[in-house]
Design a protein. Structure first.
Length: 232
């Protein structure tokens, strides 16, 4: 009776006891799974930390570079402003305003620029009236323009209006209308076959673009003949 009871115990127990050796394989697999999962979980924070540290380091480096750039003084120009101005004058005459802008762009201070310009004036290397006369003469000979265009060009170069007027008054004895006819002489030959209305429109557009006033343009349209050979 007692032996029968003992023999039936294994058959009646379908699940192994928690402490039995039969339960160990599943428990071992679970342990390995937990261990493997924990290992993966631990590597992620380390990678994330490294990426964050790298990004933070890059930001700090960029911030430090910007700070150094702000703190560092501007690069000093090479040579004297006088030498830079003489070199600038080598290609053609310049106005005082052009020289001043050029030297400022090279980062010379205003006091040094004034000293260089005073020296150039004393040596007669620069003079705004001489420059304005040169400018209008070159325009008159090679690319005739109206007074309005010449005033605009010289004003943009820093020449005073009274100086410009003096230079315009020193032009060879030629009316602005004759200057306009010389300016358009070549185009008139090309437009001879056009209808009168289209021809007038082209004359008006061309001379207006060259800075001639409407009264001068009307004069040329009324009498477009050229008395001097075009030199443009």
């Amino acid at each position: 009776m007692g032996s029968s009871t003992w023999a039936s115990r294994p058959a009646s127990s379908t699940n192994p006891a928690r402490g039995s050796t039969t339960a160990r394989p599943a428990s071992g697999r679970a342990a390995r799974t937990r261990s493997s999962s924990c290992a993966i979980t631990r590597t992620s924070p380390r990678r994330s930390t490294r990426r964050y540290a790298s990004a933070a380091s890059s930001r700090e480096t960029r911030r430090a570079v910007r700070t150094v750039r702000k703190a560092s003084p501007q690069a000093q120009p090479f040579g004297s402003p006088y030498e830079a101005a003489v070199e600038f004058l080598a290609s053609r005459p310049r106005s005082v305003g052009e020289i001043r802008r050029h030297l400022r762009a090279k980062r010379y201070d205003d006091e040094a620029i004034d000293g260089a310009i005073d020296k150039l004036r004393a040596q007669r290397y620069v003079d705004d009236l001489d420059f304005a006369k040169y400018w209008v003469e070159q325009r008159s000979r090679f690319r005739p323009k109206g007074d309005r265009a010449l005033v605009s060009e010289l004003t943009s170069k820093g020449v005073a209006r009274e100086t410009i007027d003096a230079a315009l008054g020193d032009l060879p004895a030629e009316s602005e209308g004759d200057r306009a006819r010389r300016a358009i002489a070549r185009q008139l030959r090309r437009w001879e076959s056009l209808e009168p209305r289209e021809r007038k429109r082209k004359i008006h557009a061309f001379l207006a673009a060259r800075g001639f006033g409407y009264d001068v343009i009307d004069e040329v349209i009324a009498r477009p003949s050229v008395e001097a050979e075009a030199d443009i």
